[in-house]
Design a protein around this ligand. Sequence first.
Ligand SMILES: [Zn+2]
Length: 536
Amino acid sequence: MKIFTFDTTLRDGTQGESISFSVEDKLIIAQKLDELGIDYIEGGWPGSNPKDKEFFARATELKLQHAKLTAFGATRFARNPVEDDRNVRALVEAGTPVVSIFGKTWDLHVKRALGISEDENLTLISETVQYLRDHGKEVVYDAEHFFDGYTANPDYALRTLEAAHKAGAGVLCLCDTNGGTITGRLVEMVGEVRRRFDGVIGIHTHNDSDLAVANSIAAVEAGATHVQGCMNGYGERCGNANLASIIANLELKLGHTTIGPERLTSLTSMCRFLAELANLPLRNDQAFVGKSAFAHKGGVHVSAVLKDSATYEHIAPEKVGNRQRVLVSDLSGRGNIMYKLKQHGLADRLGEDSRRELLERIKQMEYEGYELEAAEGTFELLVREALHPGLHFFDVESYEVSTRAAGNAESHSTATVTLKAQDGVHSATATGNGPFHALHVCLRKCLSKLYPQITEVRLTDYKVRVLDSNKGTAANVRVLIEWSDHKRSWSTVGVSDNVIEASWKALVDAIRLELMRLTEKDDSIEKAVEDYCWGV
Ligand SMILES: [Zn+2]
């Protein structure tokens, strides 16, 4: 069955504490949501702020192929005739084919928040819906606090829906505004509404009880055919229902049609793209689209998924555009390492002893606090070194770095690096914005004399974590650095009780890897790594 998807990332999603999108961001996101095949895109509340007003003005430039842009607002104020209500007029002026408005369902809100009679509230609903219909709008009626309202006073809650329905609302959307409804109760109430009303019933849930996705799916099973949510579950408080998970479940588990199987393969990239614009990390354990959603670490799991991925995967990751990952760690058996080596096309090129040695080295590093599963670059370097023991570019003779600040002036860091290579000793000095930056610039400067072909690799992320003291002997700081060459990205890791030293180790590994890649053009490695690491 066709289930309509209604994305409110640009409206309800932006009410999340750490979410802020510029008008440009919002326009790009709307375009992407359209490409993904979303049916309705709620762009904002034009009556509430100038940014949303500007968005709708500029949205006329958008070339949406499929989605209907939707403006959000409320029923008219009690004191205003509908045609004079500023907010309702802003909805008409937004120029969208669809308008969603919320009205009060819960008698408590009618009395306390609006301070009007129950009948007056019904008039607000029907007049506003009617006015918008008269202006040619498709109306999605959001019954705010529907489930709480129905629990308190079912007759009145149903009368509010009836007012919207009779006035011509195309969708009666039941909202779990406070996110506190338990699934079983929600299903009963959706079922009751389904029996009483024809037309489209919608569902809009919040995640305060960690049930938003489950409640949305259950509502569809109880007869809703319009689902609202936000990509990545962004939204007020604990967020809205995660529309990405809802879509994947409806398509893959229940056989419904939302965006269709072909566009479903863009789901992971959509969520990653959105997280990037929101400047928030995409949670690794996010269902369906997270980096760890199909990652296998335990030895038993790994050996089983290598035989048949269905043993530990609920769906084929490719269906949502994600991928299987097999992690290297101290938990792993030989199966993990072999998987990696096969993946890199290298298994046959390493002797039995070298394989065992490599595994031992990895286990020791993990014990010291290295996190290789997050540092494919360091892992690749280990494999390359095992394959080419004769390839050695340089030894570090010494490095030093100092930072100086005088008064209120900005501090300056200066680094000196001395390297020993086949042709002798090389030294360089450089300055930078901080000690690590100075070391980075200095090491590249020193090496550029030896290896002028060294490319400018970009540092994209730098993370420091203080390790649990029982994790390793002297190790207590782990530095993870992410690099990118515009085509792919990879991470290297360093561990030490000194943050500069840990950073230096991760830096030297990254440079060695870069030189390895330049010297040993090995297509199988290049391809495998490109495939293995996440794209930039
Ligand atoms: Zn909401």
